[in-house]
Design a protein around this ligand. Structure first.
Ligand code: WQD
Length: 337
């Protein structure tokens, strides 16, 4: 099949592009580099040994998006394009709603015009909000989101369900990611946050490479196994393969389906630090500080639906996640910059 990946030059998008190529699909990337870098395309081409058709456009630009669908016969779309920083979304909510929802509506208009009816959407575990027990299960109520970023994901899920309800040929899988981490085993692609990383893994790897002095652990007084926050960390390559499996599912089914992509295992911050140190034989200095506003104590996925419907489950270990992160960071101390 010929797959269009919006935001395909981003962290998850680039790793997913690689896995679709490895699975024998054709790919086309559209990306405006709002949160990525042209060098990523070169790295994907090095890994996959082929040219990647690419268009530097904003997905909300229906005229330019329409041209891409005319130039290429698109069979399915993987929709990553969107702003994704939780903290930033609290500061500039209108930009997040405008960008994430407008680009999705533009994409749906053009898909309908060209009769493209298969879509995999990059959703998030943050749609479960703060009211559900763990592990999170797809049948649980969503909402009570803690930030505009999460609300954009939930609103887009609803838009896609409404389209599937009226278009009998439409098939959409809403993939709810837990905590994607790690890098391609080659070390050529990886996570490249702008500025000081908000997230744990890139922060640890920048401490390891000497760009940052020490890790600040946000609280050790949570009701968890060791007092520090617990999350479900999933290797980005496992996550990417989950998209390939989701498209195979979408080819066989119509309608909208929400599916968790996680390991089903909760790991604490201290466990991550210890595993990173052991896997890479390196010391990570850290200091326990106060809790970060908005953080939940603990959440991880129930992964039975992905196993049942997608015949997919994660293969990579926490050590793999730590080793691959470190290899990427060592080979690219300044990321793609
Ligand atoms: C993980 C744990 C922190 C940094 C992420 C994304 C968000 C969304 C959900 C996609 C927490 C602790 C972190 C640090 C720390 N993804 N931590 N020191 O908060 O689960 O959210 O997944 O939709 O966009 O941000 O991930 O990596 O920020 O935090 O102690 O310097 O690590 O308190 O317990 P989080 P995270």
């Amino acid at each position: 099949m010929n797959i269009l990946l919006t935001g395909g030059a981003g962290y998850i998008g680039s790793h997913t592009t690689i896995e679709f190529i490895e699975a024998g699909h054709g790919v086309v990337i559209v990306d405006n580099f709002a949160n990525s870098n042209p060098l990523v395309l070169k790295r994907i081409e090095e890994i996959c040994r082929q040219k990647i058709p690419f268009y530097n456009i904003n997905v909300a630009d229906v005229v330019k998006l329409d041209e891409v669908f005319y130039k290429h016969k698109i069979d399915a779309v993987i929709h990553f394009a969107g702003l994704k920083a939780v903290g930033e979304s609290v500061k500039i909510p209108v930009k997040y709603y405008r960008n994430n929802i407008d680009s999705t509506l533009a994409l749906l208009e053009i898909m309908e015009k060209h009769n493209v009816n298969k879509l995999i959407f990059s959703s998030s575990a943050t749609v479960y909000g703060e009211i559900n027990n763990i592990p999170y299960i797809e049948t649980m109520p969503t909402g009570h989101c803690s930030n505009p970023y999460a609300w954009t994901k939930l609103f887009i899920e609803q838009i896609l369900k409404d389209v599937a309800a009226v278009n009998q040929d439409f098939s959409v899988v809403l993939l709810r990611y837990f905590n994607p981490v790690g890098a391609h085993p080659s070390g050529k692609t990886g996570e490249n946050p702008n500025g000081i990383p908000n997230n744990l893994f890139p922060y640890i790897s920048q401490v390891a490479v000497g760009k940052l002095v020490e890790l600040k652990i946000f609280g050790n007084d949570y009701p968890t196994k060791d007092g520090t926050g617990v999350r479900d960390y999933i290797h980005v390559t496992d996550l990417a393969k989950g998209h390939v499996a989701a498209l195979e599912y979408a080819k066989r089914h119509k309608g909208a389906e929400a599916i968790n992509l996680g390991t089903g295992i909760g790991c604490s911050v201290l466990e991550i630090v210890k595993t990173f140190e052991k896997a890479n034989k390196i010391k990570i200095p850290y200091q326990i500080v106060g809790r970060r506003a908005g953080d939940l104590a603990e959440y991880y996925a129930d992964v039975s639906k992905a196993a049942l419907l997608l015949k997919w489950k994660t293969q990579k270990t926490l050590e793999d996640m730590c080793r691959d992160t470190w290899r990427w960071q060592m080979q690219n101390p300044n990321g793609y910059n």
